[in-house]
Structure formats: structure tokens, C-alpha cells
Write a protein that binds this ligand. Structure first.
Ligand code: ADP
Length: 666
């Protein structure tokens, strides 16, 4: 086959340029990426050989070899893994598989520093392209296991690549990077120096489960010189007596860190391992050693990243733990080991009860897997529970990053619902007031348990208000009666909260009550009775006015009624029981999900004790056809919309009305 030339896809080109730029200060990651690819290729070959032993003879050692040529300025990384065919090369090296490449390129552009860029690159898996950080002449020669033909892929990373036939004696992949002369001037980035190579392997790839062999030079004294001159070879410094020899040295220790006892491993080693498997650049927030003996035996090491991975909500992103069976990696991301909502958990599980050739389909039904999964969930929740009790600051950071996933879990994991509810934290009227008093810049939160413990004896429900932002909810007129009674109200500004509590209507036997919906009756039985009687008599007085207001607003509200929740504001809008808040309604229709929901009209509540309503009532009593009444109806409606953070349907009309009345009163 003659040489064929191909173009990279346009995103690939952009990505290559960006990557070279953003990773300029930490070039050495390219070696981590290429070694990790080689290790994956060895995994795949070993895995294929489980079902087809002809693919790996008993005397062949799976390993990675790295050697440099100082004169030619090249670095070679070689593996005897599964190798690639010509088509594999086009599919794997010529295109970036992810459909989200564009999104990724955007993220990379906005990365603030090399660390962020690094961790993005790792999470995204564009590993191979990192070769172009140090080279603009990359050749990949590969032969697929079980096949005779080999091919060479070659690119300078400038937009195109070529593929041609090649000779290769055995299966696997050899990557040759022609290094840039200017990089070699700096001792630290001279990747033709075995010392630099070995250090980089130690730093990033120490736990790789295959030997990473680096070609090194050693010097020793020439034999025969001793006898001839009778001098001591061990102290001789004569350069003419020395010979240089090439030897292979293993650069990684290959230790399976998860099999070791926790006290035999340092925090640094654990963190390094975490970074190795996640390509995260920061230390993890939590670490957990897992060990189970009994029905199913397994060991594991799991982590919670310091920040929620950026792709948590991408539809095609893959999550899961690395799964080893009898210490052999059988799956990079085993999703079956975690419920969906814990998809941010990273780590490795190693079980001696699983067979090496377990398939995806079997995994889903496998009893041991579901036992392990239950155990992992329990241990992760234990860990979080413990942090929530004993390390509040750390737990708060966790909550900031992962609240959404814990809520998702409470709605989906029935068995652990109560444990997950216990982990939830909310900003409330009380925490906001306390933060203000102590002039703390942080927003404190409370748990349901603490909220319930603070409830006055005559309060029988958990009260909540949902809205767009803290500013909007905390100034909402709906709060007035609750504030007066000293009842604490949860401020729910995550739109997901409303959905969650429509599925979980009760916590610890207390109903979650949204204060912007339905009718409100607060206080002891006696107080309620008293208020009811007062309301009945006011209803008689206001009945005709209410009807008048209602007919003026018939297009806007379902009804107009007297309020029991207002103390200082003249009016507010409320929903019926079971309605969603106007904020959520707007969000849902923006996302195109609101169509199923009926456009429900709301109820305008007016405060009969407010001077405005008293005066309006006397105007109305004097002249039921007074033209000012319908105008006031519009104003009250507009004010109520503004107070809850909703837009006015017709701001121009509203402003005109206000101006008109301003003129009149002057
Ligand atoms: P990722 O490793 O995240 O899939 P890469 O860009 O690093 O992304 O590699 C793309 C693909 O190229 C790999 O998934 C693999 O199929 C193939 N590949 C890369 N390096 C090797 C190798 N040394 N041996 C065999 N296949 C390889």
C-alpha cells in the first residue's frame, strides 16, 4: 500500500493547538498518557487471551519499554499489547471519539491554569494527542495481535496524517517521538535522559500493573585491567578503563496500593494513586479503604474528588469504578458498582470472587456485584455521615459540590432515602439571620434534624419557600405570618428541591409545606379558631370588594381572597396545593418541559388589615363604580408579581398606571 494522506477533523486541529499551548508548563504529562495507553493495550491483550490463549504465549512477558536516542533526538515507547489495524488507526488516532469535542474545546479555552487544563484533558481522554506537546513528528507503528500486517501512522500535528504499510516482527505498538531541540536544552524536559524518564514514570505511573522498562546506561570497569596492572578496580577513576553498557531498568514499582493495609501507605501515595486513575490534578476530598470478607470477598479504594467532575451531567459520559478480578483489571469504568447518583465516586474494586471473563451482561445480574455495590453505598454514606457530624467545614464543602446528587439519591434510592435526607443541608430564615448577626460572609445551613429540634411546640410542619434566588425568597411577603410566629422557613433556591419534595412529602413525620401554596393556618388550636372567626366577619365586610377585584382581574387570577399569611404587605399571589412555584414553572417551560403542566392561574390574597385595603374598602362603599377600583386591582396584582420575582405581563401598562396615580395624589 502506498502512503495515504488524511485530514484531521477540524475540532481535532483546534484541540491539538490548544493542548500544546495550555500544557506547555507541564509537558511531562505526555509520558503518563502514552504509558497509560500502552497499559490499556496490554490489558486488552491479556483479556483477549482469556478466551483465546493463542493470543498470548506462556513465555511472553507483557511490558512497556521506553528508550531514547540522544543523537537522533527521539524517544520511543513500545508495548506488546493488542495493537491496531489500519482502520483502528484512523478511528482511534485520526479522530477524537467523543461527541462532545466542541464543548471540551470551549472548556479548555476557559481553563484558568495548566492544572485545570490537565485535569480536563485526563477526564476527556484525549491522551494520545498529548504526544504533540513535545513533538511535531510522531510515528506510530502497530501490528494487531493475530495479524501479519503492520502499519505506520505519521503526523506532525498540523492538520493531516499519513498511513502506510510497515514491517513489525511482533504484535503491539511502537511510538517514536522526534523531540524538539529547544526542549532538550532544559535539563528537566530532556526526555532523552533516562533519569528524567524514570522520574516521570515514578511520578505518574508507578502503580501501572506492567513493568515499565527504561533503557539506561551504566558504566563499569573493564575486565582484565586489574590483573594487568594490579590496581583496584573499585576505586579506579580512569575514564579509559570504563565501559558503558545499556541495561533495562524497571522504573515503576507496580504495587497494588488497594491491597495494602492503610497504615502501610502514606497520604501522598494514596493521593498520587488517585491522580493516576482519575487524571485529576487536585488531591481528593475523601478517601475510603474498603474490605469485605464473608459472602463476597473484595478490597477497594474509593475517593470523592475535591470538585464535582465537569462532565457529571453529560449524557454520553461514562462513570464507574475500575474493576479488578483477582487483581487483573477487567473493566475501566464499571457502572454497575455504583448507583447513578454516586457517579462522582472514583476508585478501584478488586474481588477474588469474580471470574476474569465476566461480561457486561453478566455483570448486571451478578449477585456478587450487587452485594459489593450495596456495601460500597453503605460505606460511602457512613463516611459522609461521619463527616457531617464530626467535620462540619469539610462536609459543607462536600455539600456545595455534591448536593444535587444527594438529592437525586433521596428521590431514587428508596432503601437509603432516610440516610440521604439526613445528609441534606438548607439555608433557612434562621441561618440567614444568624449569618447576618455574626457578619459572616458564608451562608450557613441546617439539617432537618436541627430544624425540627428548633421547632416551637405549636409548629407542626416543616415550612419552605421556593424561588429564584436568596434575595427574592427572603423578601417574599409570603413569609410575614411565619416570621411573626417565629417559625423557621427553608429557603429553597435549587429548582430541583421542589421536584424532590413533591416526591418526598414528609421528613421525620413532618409534612413539608410550601408557604406560597394553599391556605395558611398557624398557631395553637385556640389561636386558629380565633383567627377563623375574625376572618369570617371580615369576609362579610369585604365580600363585595373581593368580587369587584376579581372581576377586574378575571384574565389574570383564579380568585381573590382574604389572606391569613400577610401582616405588613397589602397583597400576594399564592398557588393551590400541589402547584409548582412560578419560578419552576418558568424554568420548565424554558426547557420545553412545561407543556404538560396546565398554565395554572393563581390566587390573589389581600390583607384586610392593611390601611390600603381599608381605604379602598371605604372608597368602594361610597361608590361601587368608582373607576379607581379596577386600577388598584391591577396595581395590587403587579406588586404581588414583582414581590415574588415574577415578570410583569405588561410593564408599560403598569408604569402608566403608576404615573397616573402619582399625578392624582400630588
Ligand atoms: P483514550 O485512551 O482515552 O481512549 P487516546 O487518544 O489516548 O484516548 O487513545 C485513543 C485510542 O487509540 C485508544 O482508545 C486505543 O484504542 C488506541 N490506542 C492508543 N494507544 C494505543 C496503544 N499503545 N496500543 C493500542 N491502541 C492504542
Amino acid at each position: 500500500m502506498a502512503q495515504e494522506r488524511f485530514e484531521f477533523r477540524s475540532e481535532t486541529k483546534e484541540l491539538l493547538q490548544l493542548m500544546a499551548k495550555s500544557l506547555y508548563s507541564s509537558k511531562d504529562v505526555f509520558l503518563r498518557e502514552l504509558v497509560s495507553n500502552a497499559s490499556d493495550a496490554l490489558d486488552r491483550r491479556r483479556f483477549e487471551a482469556v478466551t483465546d490463549p493463542s493470543k498470548l504465549s506462556a513465555d511472553e512477558t507483557l511490558e512497556i519499554r521506553i528508550h531514547a536516542d540522544k543523537d537522533a533526538k527521539t524517544l520511543t515507547i513500545e508495548d506488546n499489547g493488542d495493537g491496531m489495524t489500519r482502520d483502528d488507526m484512523i478511528a482511534n488516532l485520526g479522530t477524537i471519539a467523543h461527541s462532545g469535542t466542541k464543548a471540551f474545546v470551549e472548556k479548555l479555552k476557559s481553563a484558568e491554569n495548566a492544572d485545570q487544563a490537565n485535569s480536563l484533558i485526563g477526564q476527556f481522554g484525549v491522551g494520545f494527542y498529548s504526544a504533540f506537546i513535545v513533538s511535531d513528528d510522531v510515528t506510530v507503528t502497530s501490528r494487531r495481535v493475530g495479524q501479519d500486517k503492520a502499519y505506520t501512522f505519521r503526523s506532525s500535528g498540523d492538520g493531516s496524517y499519513t498511513i502506510e504499510d510497515a514491517q513489525k516482527d511482533s504484535c503491539g505498538t511502537t511510538i517514536v517521538l522526534k523531540l524538539r531541540p529547544e526542549d532538550l536544552e532544559d535539563q528537566l524536559s530532556d526526555f532523552t535522559d533516562a533519569y528524567v524518564i524514570k522520574n516521570t514514570i515514578k511520578k505518574y505511573s508507578d502503580f501501572v500493573q506492567y513493568p515499565v522498562m527504561v533503557e539506561c546506561e551504566t558504566q563499569h570497569h573493564r575486565e582484565g585491567v586489574e590483573e594487568a596492572e594490579g590496581h583496584d578496580a573499585s576505586t579506579c577513576h580512569d575514564p579509559t578503563h570504563m565501559v558503558t553498557e545499556k541495561v533495562w531498568e524497571q522504573a515503576n514499582s507496580m504495587k497494588a496500593i488497594w491491597l495494602k493495609k492503610a497504615d502501610e501507605v502514606t497520604d501522598e501515595e494514596y493521593n498520587e494513586f488517585y491522580k493516576n486513575i482519575t487524571f485529576d490534578w487536585s488531591d481528593p476530598m475523601f478517601r475510603l479503604n474498603l474490605k469485605a470478607e464473608g459472602t463476597v470477598e473484595y478490597r477497594g479504594l474509593v475517593f470523592i474528588p475535591a470538585r464535582a467532575p465537569y462532565d457529571m451531567n453529560y449524557r454520553d459520559a461514562k462513570f464507574g469504578l475500575r474493576l479488578h478480578a483477582q487483581h487483573v483489571l477487567i473493566m475501566e469504568k464499571c457502572a454497575e458498582l455504583l448507583p447513578d447518583y454516586l457517579r462522582f465516586v472514583k476508585g478501584v474494586i478488586d474481588s477474588s470472587d469474580l471470574s476474569l471473563n465476566i461480561s457486561r451482561e453478566i455483570l448486571q445480574k451478578d449477585r456478587s456485584i450487587s452485594t459489593i455495590r450495596k456495601h460500597i453505598v453503605k460505606k460511602v454514606l457512613d463516611l459522609l455521615d461521619d463527616a457531617a457530624q464530626n467535620d462540619k467545614d469539610k462536609y459543607n464543602t462536600f455539600w456545595e459540590q455534591y448536593s444535587r446528587y444527594i438529592k437525586e439519591g433521596a428521590a431514587s434510592d428508596y432503601d437509603n432515602k432516610d440516610r440521604l435526607l439526613k445528609l441534606m443541608r438548607f439555608v433557612t430564615s434562621t441561618t440567614v439571620a444568624e449569618d447576618e448577626k455574626s457578619e459572616s460572609k458564608k451562608s450557613s445551613t441546617t439539617s432537618f434534624a436541627d430544624y425540627i429540634a428548633r421547632m416551637p411546640s405549636d409548629q407542626d410542619a416543616i415550612y419552605a419557600i421556593a424561588g429564584e434566588s436568596l434575595e427574592v425568597v427572603r423578601n417574599s411577603p409570603h413569609l410575614e405570618a411565619f416570621q411573626q410566629k417565629g417559625y423557621e422557613v427553608l429557603y429553597l433556591t435549587d429548582p430541583y428541591d421542589e421536584i424532590l419534595f413533591s416526591q418526598i412529602p414528609e421528613v421525620q413525620g413532618k409534612k413539608i409545606t410550601f408557604i406560597g401554596r394553599g391556605e395558611v393556618e398557624l398557631g395553637s388550636e385556640e389561636e386558629k379558631k380565633e383567627k377563623r372567626e375574625k376572618l369570617e366577619s371580615q369576609k362579610k365586610d369585604f365580600d363585595a370588594l373581593l368580587q369587584k377585584l376579581q372581576s377586574s382581574l378575571s384574565n389574570d387570577v383564579e380568585s381573590v381572597r382574604l389572606s391569613t399569611r400577610l401582616t405588613t404587605s397589602p397583597a400576594c399571589l399564592v398557588g393551590r396545593d400541589g402547584d409548582v412555584s412560578p419560578h419552576l414553572q418558568r424554568l420548565l417551560s424554558k426547557m420545553g418541559n412545561g407543556n404538560g403542566l396546565p398554565e395554572s392561574k393563581r390566587i390573589l390574597e389581600i390583607n384586610p388589615n392593611h390601611p390600603l385595603l381599608e381605604k379602598l374598602q371605604s372608597r368602594f362603599a361610597a361608590n361601587a363604580d368608582d373607576a379607581i377600583i379596577p386600577k388598584y386591582a391591577q396595581l395590587l396584582y403587579g406588586q404581588s408579581l414583582l414581590a415574588e420575582g415574577s415578570p410583569l405581563p405588561d410593564p408599560v401598562e403598569y408604569t402608566k398606571l403608576v404615573t397616573e396615580l402619582m399625578v392624582e395624589t400630588l
